[in-house]
Write a protein of this length. Structure first.
Lengths: 278, 262
């Protein structure tokens, strides 16, 4: 009762100003970064700061344009993207299979979960020396490190999702004599899909985190290399440009996963569904 | 013909939920099972459905023992349990996956029309009201044409108006193919409206305490004197089933147990 009473006025207020909010809501989110950028640009132009360590937006843009013009930017972006894609694919396959089995079978869960949870507690960077010894300094060790990072959130997410599938829904499947593969395809898979998409997205986020760690361990290409290069040569604009590229790529790949999954999740009865329609 | 032979169920934790339930239900008959909570009504229904296997005794459908869910037995649960990722029509057609598409669509279309939801056929379950969702569940259970339809307190979560409406609707649908209906309920009126025979169960361990044949003409008038009389008979039997608990249940339990010792 109290909830309904509180919600009603909010709804009315939003509806009244919907044409304004549609425009202002996204704008509101960029006021602070754009404002800071403008202020900083102005401060450097006015000579209050030389902007050497903190480059103004115009210098970052120049750096970006320069990297793009020479083709450097695309080379680094593609190398990093390929690493993330391969590591993400490996980690996803392993995490999905092991997570599904561990969620389904109590025995397997008791067998492998404690070890995996132990490994999960190891900081990612700690693997680097071992991976370099085992897999060499080149691509393989980097992709392995990314795969490790992607693996854990997906494993955990899939295991949790399979374990928490509603017994009542599974029973519907049993009442219709589904078993084995049919039960997985028609009941379990759709039931875990929403949680699986979230697991994929957090796995992808970690993939982007780990690719930098991987590229710090001695790469000659990639956005992580660009960061190190910028640091060693004292080019802060290059560092910021690489960071911006990471932000754009991370957000874009996440959006791709979310968009690709959206058609399969239209049925969801979600608390946030209404908010996203607005 | 559905036959229960001394069906008993003891759970892994030692609780005896059912003990020596025997029952014969003819084709097209409607039997209601009523009783206080915890008297094993739902356990009995699950044993008939094959979702759980009885620890003692057996369930036979046309002479064939039921040990797992069977295509001739449909079940409707207390909640609609629709699959949220399927549209209303796909939910109704869930049990018809083996049929060719054309026939499936035709049967689903007919069933959805029959429960009055044709204009909602392409909606998601979340867009339905409770009563509509339960009607979809009824259509889903009936569309494979079961010989026996089990209902586990199917309308208990609905308001009184919707419930009465759905009871009449269920009878309508039943009249199409006349499957055997076995209905678990704690609503005595519901039992009288629907059933030919009412089984009153008694808890600890769950067994049939009394059988009451209502024998009222259909359609049944909820306001008639005969209806009221039947209601009082069942309520009295329910009272007895709980009162005698302490005095009587020791003996039958011992004999039933002894009978199974060989």
């Amino acid at each position: 009762m109290a909830v309904a009473a509180e919600e009603a006025p909010v709804e009315r207020r939003e509806r009244k100003s919907s044409s304004i909010t549609r425009f202002t809501r996204p704008v509101l989110g960029i006021v602070i970064p754009v404002g800071l950028a403008v202020v900083w640009e102005f401060a450097v132009r006015a000579g209050w700061s030389n902007g050497r360590l903190v480059p103004p937006p115009s210098r970052i843009y120049e750096e970006f344009a320069e990297l793009a013009r020479t083709g450097e930017l695309w080379r680094h972006v593609v190398v990093t993207l390929v690493r993330v894609a391969l590591g993400f694919a490996l980690g996803t396959v392993a995490g999905t299979i092991l997570g599904a089995i561990a969620g389904y079978s109590i025995i397997v869960r008791r067998l492998i979960d404690p070890s995996l949870q132990g490994l999960r507690a190891v900081p990612s960077i700690a693997w680097i020396p071992l991976f370099i010894l085992w897999l060499g300094i080149f691509e393989t060790s980097k992709i392995a490190l990314i795969a490790v990072g992607v693996f854990f959130p997906i494993y955990l997410g899939v295991m949790g999702a399979v374990m928490s599938v509603d017994r009542k829904i599974v029973e519907v499947g049993r009442a219709f004599r589904l078993s084995g593969f049919a039960m997985v395809r028609r009941i379990l898979l759709p039931a875990v899909l929403p949680a699986y998409v979230i697991a994929l997205r957090s796995g992808l986020g970690l993939g982007w985190m780990f690719v930098i760690a991987a590229e710090f361990m001695g790469a000659s290409e990639g956005l992580g290399y660009l960061l190190i290069d910028g640091q060693q040569l004292g080019k802060p604009a290059e560092i910021v440009a690489a960071i911006l590229a990471f932000a754009v790529l991370g957000k874009a790949t996440d959006a791709v996963v979310a968009l690709a999954a959206a058609p399969f999740l239209r049925w969801e009865d979600r608390f946030s569904a209404q908010a996203e329609v607005d | 013909m559905l036959v229960l032979e001394h069906v008993g169920k003891t759970y892994a934790n030692g609780v005896r939920a059912l003990d020596g339930v025997s029952l014969t239900v003819g084709p097209g008959e409607i039997v209601a099972i009523v009783g206080g909570s915890g008297c094993g009504k739902s356990t009995l229904l699950r044993a008939i459905s094959g979702l759980d296997t009885p620890s003692q005794g057996r369930v036979l459908l046309d002479g064939q023992p039921i040990t797992a869910p069977h295509e001739k037995i449909g079940i409707i649960f207390q909640e609609p349990r629709l699959l949220p990722w399927l549209t209303v029509a796909d939910n109704v057609g869930f049990g018809l996956d083996d049929l060719p598409r054309a026939e499936r669509d035709e049967r689903v279309g007919r069933a959805v029309t029959r429960v009055g939801l044709i204009e909602k056929a392409n909606m998601w379950p979340r867009e339905l009201s409770g009563g509509q969702a339960q009607r979809v569940a009824i259509a889903r259970a009936l569309v494979p044409r079961p010989e026996v339809l089990l209902l586990d307190e199917p309308f208990s979560a609905l308001d009184a108006f919707t419930r009465a409406d759905l009871q009449d609707h269920l009878l309508d649908l039943w009249a199409d193919a006349k499957p055997t209906l076995i209905l678990v309920t704690h609503d005595v009126e519901e039992a009288i409206v629907l059933a030919d025979r009412v089984m009153v169960m008694r808890p600890r361990p769950g067994c049939i305490h009394e059988e009451i044949v209502t024998d009222l003409p259909r359609p049944r008038d909820r306001q008639s004197a005969a209806f009221d009389f039947a209601k009082r008979r069942i309520l009295a039997a329910l009272d007895r089933s709980l009162d005698r608990l302490t005095v009587e249940h020791v003996e039958p339990k011992a004999t039933a147990g002894a009978a199974l010792w060989w």
